[in-house]
Design a protein around this ligand. Structure first.
Ligand code: C2E
Ligand code: CA
Ligand code: CA
Length: 565
């Protein structure tokens, strides 16, 4: 505001007060006018509102105003004031924060001098700039921080680490960078939904924040990936963080609505300067070390080694080979028979995909299915499996009179596809197979959370006769009590139970309780991976209905499956 008043007598003063009143009544901003000669103070209503004080007494209002701003601002104000008067300045500007109203004000102060050069009056002009400051702070915040977690973002982490590399060079120090990834986060996200996934990420971030210090910098890189930079020290420092993280995972994380999730972490570590010269290389190699942990069964930590680059490249290669295999339909279905434990009668077949690459040879579904789930191609693969399995079944039936069950593995991603239900029902119609001959094997990750749609799809499919089988039971989040609430027909006890039930008492107790509980609930049990006669005897003893495993039949080609019919 330009106030160019230069009055010398009272008349002028009155006039200026009048002008001041006019402006202050019509403006959205607040004014305080002070006549230095008479020490008279005028305050506009807007100013009163702005600083949240009431009352008529101007001096009292000014006192309250000063009380509600921090000493630091008062000091700055007095200093600027002093400076301005010394130099005969007309104006200065500053920002103050009002504790009482939690608002930011910008104040412009204008001075009027008389002909002797003495100050005659001053006008303080206040503008509420809280929204502007908020926006500015938000922008600054977003430039450095990850919005969901409040950890550093990727860019800021890069620039922080770049500075630290230079510092380390000068000081002859090491830097350790840890790449931390939540295992099977995708499963959690797919089954519980993004909100829960995000909530879990926030919980993990809160845990990690305790390590932040001058030496330790933590960023969130991708959805469930964190990178920790440790200046100086030893590998043991990284290991210590990991050990504490691992200890934390022995307890579940509790999410909204009381949902409990157990998670584990895979962590790759690099050391500067040995494992890379630039931040990009270092983080890339830490990522490769992390992938190495994943390949070796997840839930661990490992320090980067150059040889890991090869296996990483191999994975990238696998992904491109897989793409080609999908286009050229280079897959085959094998069938593993399932038998009644007592009568040894054939119950049905589980369809298992096989991929024999011309150059690479046999590639296990354990290797490429997770990859296909990661890159989404599981949908195309799954579509191929379904169609192939249905058409094979028609031949089993028409040529060999087979009317057993056909079990097909369905990945959670496939199941959650919008069109999945119609796909299945259309295939049943098209191939004219009785719905109750088809069994879909799903894993329990599909049930965590309260995705009503999944349960509705299952209910509708079951109402049409399709069987639902819960695969790999015992490997995931399972608790016996939740079995009561899920709509399934068959439960497959995971091979890991069968492997150890004869040696470990706890496992044998768990296995027999699963079987008896499942029986009571009216589902069928199938034991997976039965390899020895002793295992079979024990399973018979505890009343397990059906068995599947190398003992009675390995997965076999379509032709060989026809031969046993
Ligand atoms: P799964 O569904 O648990 O299938 C059983 C796996 O255990 C099969 O491995 C089978 O060959 C193996 N197996 C069966 N009996 C025994 C035994 O007595 N001893 C031992 N050591 N192994 C036994 P496979 O065929 O390599 O498949 C691995 C996994 O890949 C499957 O585990 C399943 O999760 C997935 N998979 C296979 N085919 C498909 C498919 O068409 N679609 C989807 N989504 N996943 C599939
Ligand atoms: Ca299966
Ligand atoms: Ca299984």
């Amino acid at each position: 505001m330009e106030v160019l008043l230069n009055e010398e007598n009272n008349k002028n003063l009155e006039q200026s007060q009048h002008v001041y009143k006019l402006i202050s009544d019509t403006s959205n901003d607040g004014f305080v006018y002070r006549d230095h000669k008479t020490d008279k103070v005028l305050i506009s209503d807007k100013f009163r509102k702005m600083c949240g004080v009431t009352g008529k007494d101007e001096y009292e209002i000014c006192r309250k105003f000063h009380e509600s701003i921090d000493e630091e601002y008062v000091r700055l104000y007095l200093m600027k004031m002093d400076n301005a008067l010394k130099h005969h300045d007309d104006t200065f500007e500053m920002e103050v924060y009002l504790d009482t109203t939690k608002r930011w004000l910008r104040v412009n102060i204008y001075f009027l001098y008389d002909s002797d050069g003495k100050i005659s009056s001053q006008i303080n002009y206040y503008k509420d700039i809280t929204d502007y400051i908020d926006q500015k702070q938000q922008l600054e915040y977003w430039a450095y921080y990850d919005i969901l977690t409040g950890l550093y973002n990727r860019n800021y982490f890069y620039s922080t680490m770049e500075n630290l590399l230079q510092k380390a060079d000068k000081e002859g120090e090491n830097i350790f960078i840890m790449y931390v990834d939540i295992d099977d986060f995708k499963k959690i996200n797919d089954s519980l939904g993004f909100e829960y996934g995000d909530e879990l990420v926030v919980k993990v971030s809160e845990f990690l924040k305790r390590y932040m210090s001058e030496r330790v910098h933590i960023a969130r890189f991708n959805s469930d990936e964190f990178v920790i930079g440790i200046y100086g020290g030893e590998f043991a420092d990284a290991k210590k963080i990991y050990d504490e993280l691992k200890l934390r995972t022995t307890k579940h994380f509790v999410l909204n609505g009381g949902i409990q999730v157990f998670i584990t972490f895979s962590v790759g570590v690099v050391k500067y300067p040995q494992d890379g010269k630039t931040v990009v290389d270092l983080i890339g190699n830490a990522d490769i070390a992390m992938c190495n942990v994943k390949e070796n069964g997840k839930n661990g930590i490992c320090l980067f080694e150059n040889s890991m680059v090869n296996s990483f490249i191999q994975n990238v290669r696998l992904e491109s080979l897989l793409k080609k295999a999908i286009q050229e339909k280079k897959f085959e279905l094998y069938y593993q028979p399932q038998f009644d434990a007592i009568t040894k009668e054939l119950r049905g077949f589980e369809a298992l995909i096989r991929w024999n690459d011309e150059a690479e040879g046999f590639i296990s579904p354990n290797q490429f299915i997770p990859l296909a789930e990661k890159n989404g191609s599981i949908i195309q693969i799954g579509d191929w499996v379904l169609r192939q399995a249905f058409s094979d079944y028609v031949i089993f039936r028409s040529n060999y009179g087979f009317d057993g069950i056909l079990s097909i593995n369905i990945s959670a991603i496939q199941f959650k596809e919008e069109s999945f239900e119609t796909k299945i029902l259309d295939l049943v119609d098209e191939f004219k197979i009785e719905a109750d001959r088809i069994e879909l094997e799903i894993t329990e990750s599909i049930f965590i959370g309260l995705d009503k749609r999944v349960l509705e799809v299952i209910d509708r499919l079951r109402a049409r006769g399709i069987k639902i089988s819960l695969d790999d039971f015992g490997t995931g989040y399972s608790s016996l009590s939740y079995l009561k609430n899920i709509p399934i027909d068959t439960l497959k006890i995971d091979k890991s139970f069968i492997d150890t039930m004869l040696d470990e008492e706890t496992t044998s107790i768990i296995t027999s309780s699963i079987v008896s509980m499942v029986q009571k609930l009216g589902f069928e049990t199938i034991a997976e991976g039965v390899e020895t006669a002793e295992q079979l005897e024990y399973l018979k003893k505890i009343n397990c209905k059906s068995i599947q495993g190398f003992l009675l039949g390995k997965p076999m080609s379509f032709e060989n499956a026809c031969k046993i019919l």
